[in-house]
Design a protein around this ligand. Structure first.
Ligand code: ADP
Length: 191
């Protein structure tokens, strides 16, 4: 199964992704993690990537697609993948659709995890104290939420038009969220 997980920063995607990949035995493709690992190297590319991440802005669409495509071509992704934090723009969604159709593959579902903005800010500020992620400070959080609203939220329409969208209420407990996700997965699983 191939699925896209859409949710603003702080929605609880990380927790649910871990459970989902375990349930479905598919690889977890987090572009945030992929880009952070590029950022750790000491190259011109890594400094360029850092300039986006540290400002809370999106890395360029074609760069992100290239990194994802490399992973998708590997054997581990033959039977499916969970896309976490990707696509983040309509252009990325189109690039992914084109890539998959060239490979004769399909995306089965797009899952949106919905959480109120005030709750998101509280959760992210708490995470900043615990993890110390450089991009978890107040200004960057606001910027990432803004980027989500303007660039990523429109993806829900894109996938609704393809009849692939499922929306889950992320204000529930983690167990309740996972139960709701499992029900969505059951509805869209390939035969
Ligand atoms: P969060 O969802 O908590 O903001 P991520 O780990 O998904 O965190 O992403 C961190 C940063 O990495 C983003 O703010 C952005 O700069 C970059 N990034 C991640 N995924 C993408 C993507 N698909 N396209 C462009 N930039 C991305």
């Amino acid at each position: 199964m191939r699925l896209v997980f859409i949710g603003p920063p702080g929605a609880g995607k990380g927790t649910q992704c871990a459970r989902l990949v375990n349930l479905l035995s598919i690889p977890h493709l987090s572009t945030g993690e992929m880009l952070r690992s590029v950022k750790k190297q000491d190259t011109a590319l890594s400094r360029w990537v850092a300039s986006y991440i540290d400002a809370g802005r999106l890395a360029p669409d074609h760069l992100v697609m290239r990194i994802v495509a490399q992973r998708l071509k590997s054997d581990e992704c033959r039977n499916g993948a969970l896309f976490d934090g990707f696509p983040r723009t309509i252009v990325q969604a189109q690039l992914l659709d084109d890539f998959l159709s060239d490979e004769g593959l399909v995306l089965n579902m797009a899952l949106e995890l919905r959480v109120d903005e005030e709750e998101l800010i509280q959760r992210l500020l708490k995470r900043a104290q615990i993890d110390g992620r450089v991009d978890d400070n107040y200004d960057t959080i606001r910027e990432r939420l803004h980027v989500f609203k303007t660039q990523t939220a429109p993806l829900t329409d894109y996938y609704a038009k393809q009849s692939k969208l499922e929306v889950v209420d992320g204000m529930q407990s983690p167990d309740q969220v996972f139960e709701a996700i499992k029900a969505c997965v059951a509805r869209h699983s390939p035969q």
